[in-house]
Design a protein around this ligand. Structure first.
Ligand code: SF4
Ligand code: SF4
Length: 258
């Protein structure tokens, strides 16, 4: 998931200076999970904008309706077409991906020149939970996990080394750069030792191939997932039993977290 947090209200109001009529769109994907795009977050931000004198039209995309999916954003922008046409700015509560998808749709498909402004700061692709998350992947385009016992050397190592540890690893196995963090390469070593793969640990790994990271990266799906496929994927027996198991599971306790 893409972790994100809302920008300070002063920064948002700075972008909205001179723009009184605002469409506020909350993404129903990662932003909703991080409480930075769900209905409550949209209502709260709308209230702050209104008390700063703005006129606000709210668009809350429900859970599963991501702003980064053009087809889904289009449905909600078209539903509020006249507000979009008449606004001075569209404030999007999503990661930068959602903001740019909305920008392109409004420009290219609606033929409107509107300021599209991010309300959130995207922090990274993270894993973990339920309370704490950490960046686990930077979508480098050529995954190295098969060479490093499933621990990402690019995000877990402060220097992004493909062959470590560096000379700075601390005596308590913490990272030279961040004494709070375990050295990624000590973790990789220990994991490979457990897996009986230490021969691979001492083999020299080639430098990471960054060519797949040229920007912007483009890809095509042969068969895009349609709305009906999506509904089918959501409304099946596994989904229903999966959600029931989640609802019946013991709530996580914060102090048990690692
Ligand atoms: S090597 Fe790391 S950054 Fe690259 S895809 Fe794998 S997990 Fe992501
Ligand atoms: S101490 Fe370990 S994690 Fe930190 S920079 Fe060096 S090799 Fe990377």
């Amino acid at each position: 998931m893409i972790a994100q947090e809302q920008k300070p209200i002063e920064e948002i109001l700075g972008y909205l200076e001179g723009k009184e009529n605002v469409v506020l769109l909350g993404c129903g994907g990662c932003a909703t999970f991080y409480h930075t795009g769900d209905k409550k977050a949209v209502d709260d931000l709308a209230a702050k904008l209104k008390s700063a004198g703005k006129t606000v039209t709210k668009i809350s995309m429900p859970l599963g309706m991501q702003a980064c999916d053009t087809e889904k954003s289009a449905i909600f922008l078209q539903k509020e077409k006249s507000a979009v046409e008449n606004c001075n700015a569209i404030l999007v509560m999503s990661c930068g991906d959602g903001v740019q998808v909305v920008t392109e749709y409004v420009d290219d498909e609606m033929g409107l020149a509107k300021s599209v402004i991010p309300a959130n700061d995207a922090i990274g692709l993270v894993g973990g939970g339920p309370f704490k998350f950490k960046e686990t992947c930077q979508s480098c385009g050529m995954c190295e996990l098969g060479k490093t016992a499933g621990i990402c050397p690019l995000t877990a190592c402060g220097k992004g080394l493909m062959n470590g540890p560096c000379g700075g690893v601390r005596v308590d196995d913490k990272c030279e750069i961040d004494p709070e963090k375990d050295c990624a390469w000590v973790k990789i070593y220990k994991r490979m030792e457990k897996l009986g793969e230490l021969d691979e640990f001492i083999a020299m790994r080639a430098p990471h191939e960054w060519s797949k990271c040229k920007r912007p990266r483009l890809f095509e799906l042969e068969e895009p997932m349609g709305m009906m496929d999506m509904m089918g994927a959501m409304m099946n027996f596994n989904t229903i039993t999966g959600y029931m198991s989640m609802m019946l599971a013991k709530p996580p306790e914060k102090e048990e977290e690692k």
